[in-house]
Design a protein around this ligand. Structure first.
Ligand code: IPE
Length: 269
């Protein structure tokens, strides 16, 4: 049985986060090449990608993470329902770029957009994860953060890729590792980078340690690095290794996925 890794490509890594719908094609190409190395080394990958500027900006403007809002002043030219549809379409567009990058490396992949199979938000979202382990070995199953329907009065909400990776790590058979590939940082930092100083990397992070929870809430509708760390510790508790690494430095994502020594943050019990 091949081992399986759950890998998240952060939205801030694969897109220009503050410029509406801008893909970082060179980063995608490099990440796809590293993913191919994993497959060639006998490790299966379940890939989850974030939203970056294909999701957060519009979701923030139309307050989609809060669900249905009635009686408020217009939030822009769209209704909330139109914004839900547009963000879903934008996420499919970003997903098509991801799939294209994989196809260019001859990687066989299938995509399962959450709004077609998942409901409710947070780590207890509902949806059949068995589909993810039914793909033959060597085929990458891809999913992503999305706007999903909710069963309560919110009617809809944002399901983060960080919640998807937690459940996939816990519930799919043979998952050995969960890897978060991030943009702009080498892992979890002790403190904010100041001027040209990069900030101090925490190589082994324990649950109660303090770290810099950089969260750009002015543009981010999910949880920033704090959510990754929280979901990461929940995955660690179910016996999965958890690493947060830079997706911008050569080889680090492949090394993290393959279990090679790598610069980054490892969660420790
Ligand atoms: C957010 O997903 C989804 C939407 C805003 C539609 P994530 O929480 O996984 O995205 P990133 O990685 O922060 O961009």
């Amino acid at each position: 049985m091949r081992e399986r890794v759950v890998l998240k490509w952060g939205g801030g890594l694969i897109t220009e986060k503050s410029t509406m719908k801008t893909v970082r094609q060179d980063v995608l190409r490099d990440l796809a090449e590293q993913l191919e190395q994993c497959l060639l080394s006998g490790v299966d990958v379940v890939l989850v990608h974030g939203a970056g500027s294909f999701g957060h900006l519009k979701a923030k403007q139309y307050r989609l993470a809060e669900g249905r809002i009635t009686g408020s002043a217009p939030m822009g030219p769209l209704t909330q329902d139109e914004a839900v549809e547009e963000v879903r379409a934008d996420m499919l567009e970003l997903n098509a770029h991801v799939m294209q990058a994989l196809t260019e490396r001859d990687i066989s992949a299938v995509s399962l957009p959450p709004h077609t199979w998942a409901t409710n938000t947070g780590p207890a979202f509902e949806g059949d994860l068995a589909m993810f382990s039914q793909a033959p070995s060597g085929i990458v199953v891809v999913t992503h953060g999305d706007v999903v329907a909710c069963h309560d009065k919110r009617e809809f909400g944002i399901l983060s890729g960080d919640d998807l990776v937690l459940r996939l790590s816990k519930e799919l058979p043979d998952v050995t590792r969960l890897v978060f590939a991030m943009g702009g940082v080498e892992g979890v930092l002790e403190s904010m980078p100041i001027d040209d100083q990069p900030g101090v990397l925490i190589e082994a992070l324990t649950k109660n340690a303090m770290f810099d929870d950089e969260h750009m809430s002015e543009m981010d509708v999910t949880g920033g690095i704090g959510l990754k760390v929280q979901r990461g510790f929940a995955a660690l508790e179910s016996g999965v290794e958890v690493l947060l690494v830079s997706g911008e430095e050569p080889q680090r994502v492949a090394d993290a996925c393959l279990g090679n020594p790598v610069r980054g943050t490892r969660l420790v019990a």
